[in-house]
Every structure is written in structure tokens, then in C-alpha cells.
Ligand binder design. Structure first.
Ligand code: ZN
Length: 273
């Protein structure tokens, strides 16, 4: 059973209903001690106010979402992405985030060259990593399910993400999101390989059928992922951090009373995670 004191909620889970201020207050009201923050909501709230609200409510910030999106059609576009990732590092530092999560990006423009996109991702991370290291902000590559390879992330497995970590060195780790990696026959082995490089653990469920590639994630217990088993592997690898509920659900959870959503996250994470 997951420890309820280590529950975090990614604010994407209530993004349709709540601002950052409302999410911080709402999660705290239900005694949830962790939150992952999105940059658009952070910008809307303002840096000083966001930092003060998080501190006043004693929230651990389990991640800032997100950096990444490195591939570009020309050098100027790629440099703009690197600059934006540096700003994301600054924002993560401002709110004391435990890591900056990277959604690395897919194929630029009309490209059909996924190998080159992956090289651009490698080069982009290599270019921003010294800045993150200097700021002491850990950077978490989040491998995304291969259905997103074209438009969101061409790093699709834990093995691929860890190869980048091996190559690029300290300051870089992985975010393990069960939604993206549950299907991977290598998963147990790659989680063990990751060890202390696991910087975040994201939970939700894979619905059958899934009706939307992006916005139809399920609440824990409503789908086919053995979340508790994966959590066991992650903990066996040495991870002691929070488990972060992250649910994009346009037609279901985003339409519900957000207090009900939070209560359900708590109950389901105890039962199924
Ligand atoms: Zn995630």
C-alpha cells in the first residue's frame, strides 16, 4: 500500500477547475502534502505569490512541468528551446521543486527523421544541463509512451532515457510515469538500472478502451496497470520520494467537483498504488 503521507497531486489533475492558488489550498485542505506545478499556472499566479503560497501551506513541490521540446527546424528554434529550458530551471528553483520534468519533443516540422530528432534531444539536454547543475536543479527525462513519439517525445522507453543519463552524466535522471512505461517488457530491469536516478514517480491508470491519446487517462484502479507492482520495483531501486497522481481527463475528472477528485485520488492511491 502506498503511504498517504507521500501523496502528491500533479496540478494537471485539476487543471480545468483550479488555478495554482486554488490547487495549493485545495490539496492542503485534504492534507495532501505534495504538488507538481505547471509553468502556465505558475506564470498566471506570479512567482512571489506562488512561492509564498507553497511555503505557507507546507507543500513539497515534486516537480515543475515542464521543460524539453528540444528539436527544431533550424538552429534559432533549437536555441530558443534551450533558453526556455534555462528559464524553466529558474522557475523550478524559485518554487523549490525537486526536479524539472522534461517532455523532450518529437519530430520538428515535416521531418521524418526520428534518429535526428533524438540526436537533437541529446544535444539540447547537453546544452542546458550545465545551467541546471549550477542551479542544483535535478533534471528528469520523462520517457513518453511511443504513441507520442511524433509530436511530444521521441524518448519512449526507460532504457533510452537511461542511455542519455549514462552519457550526459550527473544532474540528470528519470521520471517514471506508469502511464508511459507500464507495457515495457524491460521495465523491471530498467527501473533497477535507474536506481537513485529515479527523480519522480507518476501514477494514474490506462483505460480500456482509451478514447483520446492525450486527455483520457484513468484514475488508479479504473484501468489495467498494476501500479503497486511497479511502485515496489521503484522502491526496491531506492526511490523514497512522493507518488504523484497525474491525470489528464477532459471528459471525466476535469468535469467533476475538484474536491471530489482530490478525495478520490487519496482513496485510490491507498487502495491501488
Ligand atoms: Zn508524468
Amino acid at each position: 500500500m502506498a503511504d498517504p503521507r507521500k501523496l502528491s497531486i500533479n496540478q494537471a489533475t485539476t487543471r480545468a477547475q483550479w488555478s495554482l492558488e486554488q490547487a495549493i489550498k485545495g490539496y492542503a485542505r485534504h492534507d495532501v502534502r505534495g504538488i507538481a506545478v505547471w509553468r502556465d499556472k505558475f506564470a498566471e499566479c506570479g512567482k512571489a505569490k506562488a512561492a509564498a503560497l507553497l511555503k505557507d501551506h507546507g507543500m513539497r513541490v515534486t516537480g515543475l512541468c515542464r521543460g524539453g521540446m528540444f528539436p527544431g527546424t533550424d538552429p534559432a528554434q533549437r536555441q530558443a528551446a534551450i533558453d526556455d529550458n534555462k528559464r524553466a530551471v529558474d522557475e523550478a528553483v524559485a518554487i523549490g521543486a525537486e526536479c524539472l520534468a522534461l517532455v523532450v519533443g518529437g519530430l520538428p516540422g515535416a521531418s521524418k527523421n526520428i534518429g535526428d530528432a533524438r540526436k537533437q534531444v541529446r544535444d539540447g539536454i547537453a546544452a542546458m544541463l550545465p545551467y541546471a547543475r549550477a542551479a542544483k536543479m535535478p533534471v528528469a527525462i520523462e520517457p513518453l509512451h511511443p504513441m507520442y513519439a511524433a509530436d511530444r517525445a521521441c524518448v519512449n522507453t526507460m532504457g533510452q532515457a537511461l542511455d542519455l543519463c549514462d552519457e550526459l552524466g550527473p544532474g540528470l535522471g528519470v521520471a517514471v510515469d506508469v502511464y508511459h512505461v507500464w507495457w515495457d517488457p524491460e521495465l523491471e530491469r530498467q527501473i533497477a538500472r535507474a536506481g537513485r536516478r529515479i527523480l519522480a514517480f507518476h501514477i494514474c491508470d490506462w483505460l480500456v478502451p482509451t478514447r483520446d491519446l492525450l486527455l483520457d487517462r484513468g484514475m488508479m484502479g479504473d484501468g489495467v496497470i498494476d501500479i503497486a507492482k511497479i511502485r515496489g520495483w521503484v522502491e526496491a531501486a531506492g526511490y523514497r520520494g512522493f507518488h504523484e497522481v497525474e491525470i489528464f481527463s477532459a471528459e471525466n475528472w476535469w468535469k467533476r467537483d475538484p474536491d471530489e477528485v482530490v478525495k478520490t485520488c487519496i482513496a485510490r492511491s491507498i487502495e491501488f498504488a
